[in-house]
Design a protein. Structure first.
Length: 69
C-alpha cells in the first residue's frame, strides 16, 4: 500500500509542478526554468553514476606501469 501512496504523491507533485510552470507567462522565465531543470537532471544522473562507480569493487592491475616513459 505504501508504494501506491508514493505513486499518488509523485503524481500530485508532478501536477503541481506543471500547473506552476504553465502559470508563468514570461517566455524567458519559462525557458530559464526549463534549462535549470535540465541541468538539475543532468547533475542527478551524474551523481548517481558517480555513486555507482564509487560502490564498484576496485581492481588492481599489477601489469600496468604507474607511468609511461
Amino acid at each position: 500500500m505504501a508504494m501506491d501512496d508514493d505513486v499518488g504523491s509523485d503524481i500530485r507533485q508532478d501536477v503541481r509542478l506543471i500547473k506552476a510552470f504553465l502559470s508563468i507567462t514570461d517566455a524567458r522565465k519559462r525557458q530559464r526554468i526549463l534549462e535549470l531543470a535540465e541541468r538539475l537532471a543532468e547533475d542527478a544522473a551524474s551523481n548517481a553514476a558517480g555513486l555507482a562507480a564509487a560502490e564498484a569493487p576496485t581492481v588492481e592491475c599489477r601489469d600496468v606501469p604507474d607511468h609511461i616513459e
